[in-house]
Design a protein around this ligand. Structure first.
Ligand code: GLN
Length: 456
């Protein structure tokens, strides 16, 4: 813990930790020492980790990287961070992210972007660690902590993990409680671990899972011992390669790593099968209707009364001005854009044309996956991202759609509620990490982790 706290102080330039909690960390580390001495050491005992700023942590600023939550210190702890603390994990602080988890580069954060520890060859230009869990990715990759929590609504664990060469898993929707995690799009949001390798992910995920009466969508299924399932034996497993993920203009090196990944799994005894997920091309537009729709509803609660910050009011301002000024000042541009899109697609005149249609598309996408699993496919292998990490400022706000394209391989998994994992696959010609994604059957994270283990 002490060496991580020092590393964090020395790495301020990465802007990964936005609230440091050294007192809490040292206190928890001491308590962990005592537990270890007493022979009562659960799996995460004494392990220093970072917590994404989207998780409410009792008495510690939890701002979802937004100005509107300035000054908000929750009275309660999210279920997942509580489970980690109960398992002896030591929270070092809160990690940077895109505002309300909306983004793919960490550039929408009120704290300014986190920076990747990686560079392109000899070029000094700063690169994005991805988003929205960019602080988590940067911190784990730069050895500021052993692991971190992330959340994934459309790729926010898997894309940043791929950009910095670490492992990140989004479990099946309902595996982890969402209670106490600031809501973005409630039917898509899931928490998950971001770690240095698959074994760490298995250990940490087990701690984060479990039924929670405070989240009606959390499953009552028992939590398996994921680590015990890492045998590396994938003989006879059928791995699907979906042809729709072979996008036009995809860099040749990503194609190459994808083929190499398939070869590795084949060498380990798996059977590689060409498959089709015909509705893939509608996933991104459906996601960018459904996610903003849910966000516009979830973010209605930030009204200047219940949480965080209220704008300075002028003489004579009424409640309407208070709402307007608070929300205009408190939300950044991307969040405002999402709220506007969401409100539009839910409005009476457009509900059927956009929101309802997107929901139907979502059902078709889910069915694509159900069909291939029913045909005997155990896991699906795809690239995690359509490119390696890019330079900060390179994909500016002027073209939000360009940024949204980053999620092309990851959003299908959230729409279908499936588990997905990103594992480091190698480096591109400029020396930057690329990731491969494995998508598994619902509730079979253990199997998925084991397949990823064979790919590691
Ligand atoms: N990049 C996607 C978005 O901006 C995904 C974000 C996420 O998974 N939280 O919505």
């Amino acid at each position: 813990t002490e060496s991580c706290l020092k590393a964090i102080d020395d790495a301020d330039a990465l802007n990964a930790f936005v609230h440091k909690t050294p007192e809490i960390a040292l206190e928890r580390a001491k308590a962990a020492d005592e537990r270890i001495k007493a022979g009562d050491a659960p799996s995460m005992c004494g392990l220093p980790i970072g917590i994404k700023d989207l998780f409410c942590t009792k008495g510690v600023p939890s701002q979802a990287a937004s100005k509107i939550l300035e000054g908000f210190k929750p009275e309660y702890e999210s279920t997942v961070s509580q489970q980690l603390a109960d398992s002896g994990a030591v929270m070092l602080g809160k990690l940077n992210m895109d505002e309300f988890a909306m983004g793919s580069s960490n550039e929408t954060s009120v704290y300014g972007n986190a920076v990747s520890p990686w560079r392109r060859g000899n070029d000094d230009a700063q690169l994005t660690p991805g988003g929205s869990s960019g602080g988590s990715a940067s911190a784990v990759a730069a050895d500021l902590c052993l692991a971190a929590t992330g959340t994934d609504t459309g790729g926010s664990i898997r894309q940043p993990a791929a950009f910095v060469g670490i492992t990140g898993i989004k479990p099946t929707y309902g595996r982890c409680s969402r209670w106490g995690i600031v809501a973005f799009a409630s039917s898509l949001d899931q928490a998950g671990p971001m770690t240095k390798n698959v074994r760490d992910a298995a250990i940490m995920l087990e701690t984060m899972c479990g039924h929670d009466p405070k989240d009606s969508t959390s499953t009552e299924l028992a939590v398996p011992n994921f680590e015990a399932m890492l045998t590396g034996d994938i003989k006879g497993k059928k791995i699907g390669i979906p042809k729709e993920y072979r996008m036009e203009g995809m860099p040749a090196e990503i194609e190459k790593l994808w083929a190499e990944g398939a070869e590795m799994l084949k060498a380990a005894g798996a059977e590689i099968v060409d498959i089709s997920l015909p509705h893939t091309k509608y996933a991104l537009p459906a996601y960018y209707v459904i996610a903003p729709a849910e966000a516009s509803s979830n973010l209605a609660r930030y009204d200047g009364v219940r949480y965080g910050r209220r704008a300075q009011l002028a003489q004579g301002d009424g409640i309407t001005e208070m709402y307007e000024k608070t929300r205009a000042e408190g939300f950044g541009h991307e969040v405002q854009r999402r709220v506007m899109i969401g409100t539009y697609v839910l409005s009476a005149g457009f509900y059927d044309a956009y929101y309802n249609r997107a929901r139907k598309v979502r059902t078709l996408i889910k069915k694509d996956f159900e069909d291939v699993f029913a045909a005997g496919i155990d896991a699906i292998l795809t690239p995690a991202t359509p490119s390696a990490s890019f330079g900060l400022g390179e994909m500016t706000e002027a073209d939000p759609v360009q940024m949204y394209l980053n999620d092309v391989f990851t959003v299908t998994v959230n729409l279908a509620g499936l588990p997905g994992i990103s594992v480091p696959a190698g480096l591109d010609q400029q020396g930057l990490p690329l990731g491969l994604q494995l998508i598994g059957r619902p509730w079979e994270e253990g199997d998925l982790l084991n397949t990823a283990y064979a790919l590691e």
